[in-house]
Design a binder for this molecule. Structure first.
Ligand code: UT7
Length: 326
């Protein structure tokens, strides 16, 4: 029997700021309605971070819950990767700030910037370290302050995005090299930089010197989403050596209920297997998958040993998928 090192998710945790903003609240700010937002996106409310709160604050809250769920302490963490597009500062990385706030020891810490696909990218990067024996206990966090990038006069975007953080602990464990092993089993990551204009932020340190606002041609992004994501899911399942029909739970990026169900239908995944938090969380970019995962683990739907499928798509355009056994 072959023995292989696997990157196993041993704990998950999520954090949402206290303030809830409803669709009706936004209808007082821009020309929109609860009916339009619910019908076109499935979103009913979203969370917004408090004045003075930072992305690293939210990341730390999620990380503490994930560590507790894994039965680990910050002292055991040797690597922190934060997927974010809304850092506290241009540098240092949010991961470095999280390390300090958690009191974790000197180790590897850096951010991954792949926008809404960031968490899937970050998991793949973590797998590269853990499965090669370079990390024994890693924190992989998706944390975003998307409300800070909104143009509050643009109804096409400001109703969609929100704040939050989700985290997982990834630990090195011996496996047998089969699809029954616990761990990250297969990935497919993609980027098509020619589609930048469909979804981007119009500012940055080396251009405007400002943070900028998110700009999106929503219907164009939508047009690419289902096809692109479905292709990546099939590729990730192939890399893992499993059929998509074997998946117990589908945990998609929470951008739009129509997109996530569109992908599920195209892949023949039953709607009862889809974890959807878009109604309550809206689109929290890199935080959306770990937040949805945390909710479904906490409420007991997702159980250890089950096969999970994650997917996302966002600015870049980037997209990707991951198959893992919990
Ligand atoms: O996470 C990153 C990846 N992002 C995504 O996956 C987002 C993908 N895109 C989408 O989810 C959808 O395209 C949206 C939800 C953004 C928009 O839905 P849509 O069905 O594609 O609408 P549309 O952009 O084609 O706009 C239809 C109409 C337009 O009015 P006209 O030109 O038909 O008169 C818009 O101006 O809806 C209007 N509209 C709104 N109306 C009320 C756009 N936003 C709003 C709004 N309230 N908030």
């Amino acid at each position: 029997m072959t023995s292989v090192l696997r990157s196993v998710v041993t704990g998950v945790g999520g954090y949402l700021p206290d303030e809830i903003v409803t669709n009706d609240d936004l209808a007082k700010v821009v020309d929109t309605s609860d009916a339009w937002i619910v019908e076109r996106t499935g979103i009913r409310q979203r969370h917004r971070m408090a004045e003075g709160q930072t992305v690293s604050d939210m990341a730390v809250e999620a990380a503490r819950k994930a560590l507790a769920a894994a039965g680990r302490t910050a002292a055991e963490v040797d690597m922190i990767i934060v997927a974010t597009t809304t850092p506290d500062l241009t540098f240092p990385a949010v991961a470095a700030i999280v390390q300090r706030k958690l009191g974790a020891p000197v180790g590897v810490a850096f951010d991954v910037q792949a926008v809404c696909s960031g968490f899937v990218y970050a998991l793949s990067v973590a797998d590269g370290f853990v499965a090669r024996g370079h990390s024994r206990c890693a924190l992989v966090i998706g944390a975003e302050a998307m409300t800070k990038l909104m143009d509050w006069t643009d109804r096409g975007t400001c109703v969609l995005f929100a704040d939050g953080a989700g985290a997982v602990v990834v630990e090195a464990r011996e496996g047998e090299g089969t699809t029954e092993d616990q761990g990250l089993l297969g990935f497919a990551l993609r980027c098509d930089g020619t589609k930048q204009d469909l979804l981007y932020v119009d500012g940055g340190p080396s251009t405007t010197g400002t943070v900028g606002h998110l700009r999106m041609q929503g219907n164009q992004v939508f047009r690419h989403a289902v096809v692109n994501i479905s292709e990546a899911v099939v590729a990730a399942a192939k890399a893992a050596g499993v059929e998509t029909s074997a998946v117990d739970w589908f945990i998609p990026h929470q951008a739009n209920q129509r997109i996530l169900l569109g992908v599920a239908h195209r892949l023949g995944i039953d709607e009862t297997k889809v974890i959807s938090t878009v109604a309550e969380h809206a689109n929290t970019s890199a935080a959306s998958i770990p937040l949805a995962l945390a909710q479904a683990v906490e409420d007991g739907r997702i159980q250890p040993g089950q096969l999970l499928l994650l997917e996302a798509m966002g600015g870049g355009l980037t997209w990707g998928a991951c198959v893992l056994r919990l």
